[in-house]
Design a binder for this molecule. Structure first.
Ligand SMILES: [Zn+2]
Length: 127
C-alpha cells in the first residue's frame, strides 16, 4: 500500500476507535490488536466511512475470500447484519453470504434480513 494512503488512514484511527469503542467492529472482541480495514472495493481516496476497525481474525478473513473459514466465530454477524453503521452491515452481510450454503444459522439470518437498496448495492460490489 502507498505510504500516503497509510498515513491518511492512520488519521482516521482515533475517530474509528471512538466509534468502535475500541472493540472489533465485527466480532466485538476487546483487548485485541485492532487495525483499520478498508471495505473493498477501495475508493480512490481513503474515506473514513468506508473503513472498519477490526481484529486480526476478522480483518484477515474479510480481506481474503480464500482464507475465510465459516463457522461459530461468525455467529455475531447475525446481529451485526442489522447494524446502523453501513460498512458494518455491508461486511456482515457479505460474510454471512459466504457461509450461507454451509451454515443454517447464516442462511436463516439472511432470510429474515431487510436491506436498504443502497446497502444491497454496496454488498454486491465485492465478494
Ligand atoms: Zn473481530
Amino acid at each position: 500500500m502507498h505510504e500516503t494512503r497509510v498515513a491518511l488512514l492512520n488519521t482516521f484511527g482515533k475517530e474509528l476507535a471512538r466509534r468502535a469503542k475500541s472493540k472489533c467492529e465485527l466480532c466485538e472482541k476487546g483487548g485485541e490488536k485492532l487495525s483499520i480495514f478498508e471495505v473493498p472495493p477501495e475508493p480512490r481516496d481513503p474515506d473514513l466511512d468506508r473503513c472498519l476497525l477490526l481484529c486480526e481474525t476478522c480483518r484477515e478473513q474479510s480481506a481474503d475470500v480464500k482464507r475465510f473459514k465459516s463457522g461459530e466465530h461468525w455467529r455475531v454477524l447475525v446481529e451485526m447484519a442489522w447494524s446502523g453503521i453501513p460498512m458494518v452491515q455491508v461486511m456482515a452481510v457479505r460474510l454471512l453470504r459466504r457461509q450461507a450454503a454451509s451454515q443454517d444459522w447464516a442462511r436463516e439470518a439472511l432470510d429474515g434480513l431487510y436491506l436498504d437498496e443502497e446497502i444491497e448495492v454496496l454488498v454486491t460490489k465485492s465478494p
